[in-house]
Design a protein around this ligand. Structure first.
Ligand code: PLP
Ligand code: COI
Length: 341
């Protein structure tokens, strides 16, 4: 029985679901893991996460497909990326097979919260890990907790697939994301001022440039970026300091193998952005959100695709990706993990 939720009007927020997965790491190993109904976490006052922000997370989704199955999109990629982030932060990896099992258990336990096919909503999953024992000298924790909670969500940006406006933030006030290639809590904390400031000024998101030269496009606060050239090549910034988006990697594959387009990962200079005909943000939460306008310190770049609709290529990419996720289009081998038939 589905829960009594207005699925089509969900925003991107937290809604408590019945179960979350919890596993603890102590004496060099992870325990069995369990499902819990308690959404709160009680921590030591000197826990590594509270003192030195030793924490990382992932974001992924479960979908209900056209034929009524519940599936996850490429969970192995999230598992691997989280293990890389954990290594970078001196945390133990949560093994890939255990991660996929934990995701499966969390979705199965909350199956009634997976939004119906066609509602535009999905079940967002948030795996995360943090240092839980007391540390006071600057050093890693030795005990950790891994958790996954689930929450049904609608579109990340209000208005669904309406084009949004980005601005290039002023780096004198906002810290650059820096080590954005890992998905760590501290990276996001450093971007909160810039995000709140963008919203106060009427922009949907920040488009960060590389912090070294401030000439190359990086990504936004919560998503990677793609552009489309006038001759329909899909271009995405090459950078070692952005989060390697799973959605972006999937879209580049879709562009080449499903749509027969050229797809290039290369350095993208701010000075060439005005030459592109389409721009969109891509990510698990953002899916593919079209950009209508980019404001760079007073200079306005209006994308030819405009403020009303998705550009033509963006729409094709969006339809193909979401078609694969919702089971309308055959997926490449290994992209879809069936949770429940
Ligand atoms: N970049 C940032 C900063 C993000 O927070 C996200 C969201 O996870 C992404 C990119 C997109 O990554 P993915 O497509 O793996 O969700
Ligand atoms: C995601 O797309 O999963 C994200 O993590 C973006 C944001 C909500 C942090």
């Amino acid at each position: 029985m589905k829960k009594d939720i207005d699925w089509s009007n969900l925003g991107f927020g937290y809604l408590k679901t019945d179960y979350r997965y919890v596993s603890n790491y102590k004496d060099g190993k992870w325990d069995e893991g369990t499902l819990s109904t308690d959404e709160t976490v009680t921590l030591h006052e000197s826990a590594g996460v509270l003192q030195y922000a030793q924490t990382c997370f992932e974001g992924m989704k479960a979908y209900r497909t056209v034929d009524g199955k519940v599936v996850c999109f490429r969970p192995d990629m999230n598992a691997k990326r989280m293990a890389e982030t954990a290594e970078y932060l001196e945390m133990p990896a949560f093994p890939v097979d255990k991660f996929i099992e934990a995701v499966t258990k969390t979705v199965e336990a909350n199956i009634d919260f997976v939004p119906p096919y066609g509602s535009g909503a999905s079940l967002y999953l948030r795996p995360y890990m943090f240092g839980s024992n007391a540390v006071i000298g600057v050093k890693p924790a030795t005990e950790f907790q891994f958790r996954i909670f689930a929450t049904p969500v609608g579109p990340y940006f209000k208005g669904g697939v309406k084009p949004i406006t980005l601005r290039v933030p002023d780096f004198d006030r906002a810290a650059p994301r820096g080590t954005g290639h890992i998905k760590a809590g501290l990276n996001y904390a450093m971007s909160l001022h810039a995000i709140a400031d963008a919203h106060r000024q009427g922009y949907n998101e920040n488009m960060y440039l590389d912090s070294q030269t401030r000439t190359k496009v990086e990504e936004t606060g919560g998503a990677n970026i793609i552009f489309v050239t006038k001759d329909n090549t899909v271009v995405t910034p090459k950078s070692s300091t952005i989060l390697p988006s799973i959605t972006r990697r999937s879209l580049m594959y879709v562009a080449e193998h499903y749509l027969g387009l050229k797809a290039e990962e290369r350095e993208v200079y701010m000075s060439e952005v005005k030459e592109f005909k389409e721009c969109a943000l891509c990510g698990t939460a953002a899916v593919l959100s079209p950009v209508g306008k980019i404001v760079d310190h007073g200079e306005e770049i209006a994308l030819p695709s405009g403020m009303n609709d998705m550009g033509e290529i963006t729409k094709k990419l969006y339809d193909t990706l979401t078609g694969i996720q919702m089971g309308r289009i055959e997926a490449p081998e290994g992209w879809i993990k069936v949770i429940n038939e």
